[in-house]
Design a protein around this ligand. Structure first.
Ligand code: PLP
Length: 297
């Protein structure tokens, strides 16, 4: 049985220029069952922090640099101290090294504003074995379109709403998934109040329109997806065009194929939208997921 790993960083923020070299060791490893967090940590009391989830295939973290880049971007959006990328990388690799190799695991990087009043951020890394997503990857998922309630200009008009940052405040995302379940579906595609496709609560939308792979533009207040970026690279190598566009539910309905893509689950083909069945491309999906599983960076 794969035992999850939990490592707490001693200095998760990048040291100021000219500061003394960080003291080793970089982290402390804990028993996942042990009480580690402080009850007054702002990550717990306010969800004030950020995270990343990275797939680990046979011990190899996938799209690591893209995840670390997005981690730094989220930190900037929340005005958190810049994460020390080298310390996070060192810690997550140590977490992976501390356990046996399994075909699919994931590692989470969690970074909060820290204990109230301390002025010191908290950072920890959690590694666990992934679940089995064969059914979602092969048979597909039913999605419902849900209004997110924000216009597609939200990132420009209201940056304080932190749309497009991967924050620890995922209660809304979980509520949307419960609403999908109530409606007999498996997942959600959020739509802006002015009618544009956005993203899933934990995934990016990718459509195949003729010979083009398209995804909603990241300026719409959505997370830039690392899995989507890898899929676009795979698509381009295979002769397809790729594009970031403003897309509507009509585009989703007319697409040759549609997927919700994310780390861990990878590409899950959409087989129904709001109860209306839609075709999946099983062969292409298999090729995409094989391409994702064989990434070496
Ligand atoms: N959009 C949201 C809101 C997410 O939470 C996620 C991942 O959790 C994604 C998109 C997909 O990102 P990635 O492919 O990097 O996992």
């Amino acid at each position: 049985m794969f035992e999850p790993a939990l490592l707490v960083l001693h200095s998760p923020a990048k040291p100021a220029a000219g500061a003394a070299d960080p003291v080793e060791p970089v982290f402390t490893q804990h028993d996942t069952a042990a009480p580690v967090a402080n009850a007054l940590d702002l990550g717990i009391t306010r969800g004030d922090g950020i995270f990343e989830t990275i797939t680990v295939i046979n011990g190899m973290p996938q799209a690591l640099d893209a995840h670390l880049k997005r981690f730094a971007r989220s930190a900037r959006m929340l005005e958190l101290p810049e994460p020390d990328a080298a310390a996070w990388k060192h810690t997550l690799l140590a977490a992976i090294d501390s356990r046996e190799l399994v075909p699919e695991a994931f590692v989470k990087l969690l970074y909060s504003r820290g204990v109230e009043g301390s002025g010191q951020p908290t950072g920890w890394v959690w590694l666990a074995e992934s679940g089995d997503f064969t059914k979602a990857r092969t048979e597909g998922i039913r999605v419902v379109l849900l209004d997110r309630g924000y216009a597609s200009t939200v990132e420009q008009t209201s940056p304080w709403l932190l749309q497009g940052a991967k924050t620890l405040s995922y209660a809304v995302n979980r509520a949307a998934l419960r609403e999908a379940e109530r409606r007999g579906a498996d997942d959600v595609i959020f739509v802006s109040s002015d009618g544009y496709l956005l993203e899933g609560p934990t995934s990016t939308v990718v459509l195949k329109l003729d010979d083009r792979f398209v995804t909603p533009r990241t300026t719409l207040g959505i997370l830039p997806g690392t899995t989507q970026e890898s899929i676009f690279e795979i698509a381009r190598v295979n002769g397809f065009e790729t594009a970031y566009e403003v897309l509507t539910p009509a585009d989703l309905r007319r697409a040759d194929a549609a997927w919700l893509v994310s780390s861990v689950r990878n590409a899950a083909p959409v087989n129904a939208v709001d109860g209306a069945p839609r075709a999946i491309d099983a062969e292409l999906t298999e090729a995409i997921n094989a391409g994702l599983a064989s990434r070496t960076v």
